[in-house]
Design a protein around this ligand. Sequence first.
Ligand code: IMP
Ligand code: MG
Length: 179
Amino acid sequence: MPHRPYVIDPMISAKSIAARVEELAHDITDHFADTEKLVVVGLLRGSFIFIADLVRELRLPVEVDFLEASSYGDSTKSSREVRILKDLRGEIGGCDVLVVEDIVDTGFTLNHVVNLLKSRGPRRLEVCALLDKPSRREVDIRATWTGFEIPDEFVVGYGIDFAQRNRSLPYIGKVRFTS
Ligand code: IMP
Ligand code: MG
């Protein structure tokens, strides 16, 4: 389906992202300092670049797993129904778990995923989100650690897409329609 033409206005530079990822990794390393193993769960697909950068800054024994939940489909409208499209490969009962999400928007996706994973009896479960749009929240949930709070804009880049496009941009920008 063709889209209205748009441009991407830079919002958060690659350099700022890298600096913030380092800070987040430092805080997460402190929090889980005594862990035997931290299972880092990336929510596909938007978190794939963030998780890759984040785990390389963690000074902890880490395992990586992925989970895919449906949220937006191919539009910018959030849907309330959250489905699990791809589940974890490993068990997390008794484990330390860090869920890594790209954006917390209405909160429906994260709320659903956190409840699901908590029902499996992890020892500890925390959430790190790169971006948060607090003004959009409909479910009372927040990440333990947040990279950046942003206004109600549709953003792309650093793994985040608009209808599967623009994930490979090294920075985060906002979508602005030109017609
Ligand atoms: P929520 O369930 O409304 O919190 O939606 C969260 C998910 O919607 C995120 O994990 C993203 O995949 C997607 N999303 C929310 N805002 C944006 C955006 O500005 N750009 C691209 N995807 C977004
Ligand atoms: Mg997502």
